[in-house]
Write a protein that binds this ligand. Sequence first.
Ligand code: ATP
Ligand code: MG
Length: 454
Amino acid sequence: MIKKLIRRILGKNKKADSPTEPAVIGPKEHRIDPQLLSPNAVRVTQTLQEAGFKAFVVGGAVRDLLLGVKPKDFDVATNATPEQVKRLFRRAFIIGRRFQIVHVMFGQEIIEVTTFRGASSEAAPKDEHGRVLRDNTFGEQHEDAARRDFTINAMYYNPADETVLDYHHGIDDARDRVLRMIGTPEERYREDPVRLLRVVRFAAKLGFTIDPATQEPIRVMAPLINNVPAARVFDEMLKLLMSGHALACLQQLRKEGLHHGLLPLLDVVLEQPLGEKFVTLALSGTDQRVRQGKPVSPSFLFAALLWHQVLEKWNAYRASGEYPIPALHLAADDVLNTQTESLALQRKIASDMRDIWAMQPRFERRTGKTPYKLLEHMRFRAGYDFLMLRCSSGEIDAEIGEWWTAFMEADGPGREALLTRKPKAEGENGGAKKRRRRGGRSKQKATGTDGGSE
Ligand code: ATP
Ligand code: MG
C-alpha cells in the first residue's frame, strides 16, 4: 500500500517510468490458470527458450489471463530476431510493415512473435505534430516494456516457470482495475494518437476506470487522430467495433469528446437521432454475437452504422425526381465516397455494404419469382438480418420481416401459399400502408420506410 502511495506521489518521476528490473510474480500471487493458455503459445515459447532465447507470452493475453478471461489470441515477445524465429518453425512467415513480426501458424491459430523493441529514440523521425513515423529498432526487454501503451498491457508471462515479469506495476493496476499509460500520457498520445482510441476501447471492454493523468489530455489531444493514416484508424475502429463492447465503446468515445470532428463515421452515427435506435440495435446485436463466439462481418456492421445516412440521401435524390433504385445507388455512392476517403474502407467491405443496401428494396417485392431469386442471392442472409434490424427499429413494418422469416422456413407449397396469402395478411395489419406498395409509389414522397420496390 505504502509502496503504491509513494509511486502515485512520484507519478511524474521519469526514472520510475523506465525501470530496468521487473518485479517477478509467482503463481501463488498472480493465480493465472495455466488451462487458459493456448498450447501453441506455450510450444512457441518453449521452442525459442530451448534454442537459447528469451520468450514470453505478452500483452493483452497476460492481462486477460490475470483477469481470469480466456485470451482471444496470443502474442509472444522474444530477443530472437525475426529471421532467427522463422528458422525454428515449419510454418512461420515474416510479416513486413512498420516493424517486422513473425506469424507462426498452427492450423487456424496464429501466434504472433515480436522481437523486443528498443526505446523510442528522440531521433526517431516524426511528423510536424510529433507522431513517430518509423521506429524499428530492436532492444532490451525493459525497453520493450516501456514502449507498450498501458501498464496492464506490459507484462510478460513465462509458461516454463509460471512467473509474470512486471516492469510497470501492471499487476497492481489490473487488481485495482485502472488503465494507466506508461510514461507521460501527453507524450505517448502525441507519439501515436491511435492510443486515444485504445484507451477508450480498453476502458469500455474491461470496465476499468481511466487514471486521471491518462484521461486528462484525451479531450485536448483528440484532433491529433486526424493525422494518423486512415488505414490505421480503420484497423483500430474495427477492433473497437468487434470487441464485444462496441456500444459501450461508442458511448465512451462520446463521453471523452473523441467522436466529434474526429471520425466522420462517428459524427454521423452518434449525431443522428433518427438512426440512434437502429445503430443501438445493430451494435448490441453485434456485441451479443461476439460474446457468443459467433462470426460478425465488418461490412454488415458498417452498412448498419451508415444506413441512416444512406436513407437521408436516398430520400433527397428521390425528392429531386430520381427513380428509387438509381436514387439508392446514388445515395450509396455518396456515403461510400466520403467514408472511403476518411476511413479507408477496404474495397471489398464497401462492395458488400452496397450489396446489403441494394437488396433492401427487393424485400418489398413479394410476388412472382422475385422472392425466390432473392433467396439465392449470395448475401441473402446479411440482407435479411439487415431487414430484421429495420423492422425491429420501427423503420419499416414488422410484417415484412415476419413474412420473410416464414418464407425462408417454408417448403415449396408453403412458399406458394405465402405468395398468394399476401392480400389477406395486408388486410390483417397495416393494410392501407401496404396496399400502396402495389402501385405508383415512385410518386410518393419518400420516407425511407418503403422505398424503391419498382
Ligand atoms: P486485445 O485483447 O484487444 O487484442 P491487446 O492488448 O492484445 O488487446 P493488441 O492491439 O493486440 O492489443 O496489441 C498487443 C500489444 O501490443 C498490447 O497489449 C500492447 O502491449 C502493444 N501495443 C499495441 N498497440 C500499441 C500502441 N499503439 N502503442 C503501444 N503499445 C501498443
Ligand atoms: Mg491482441
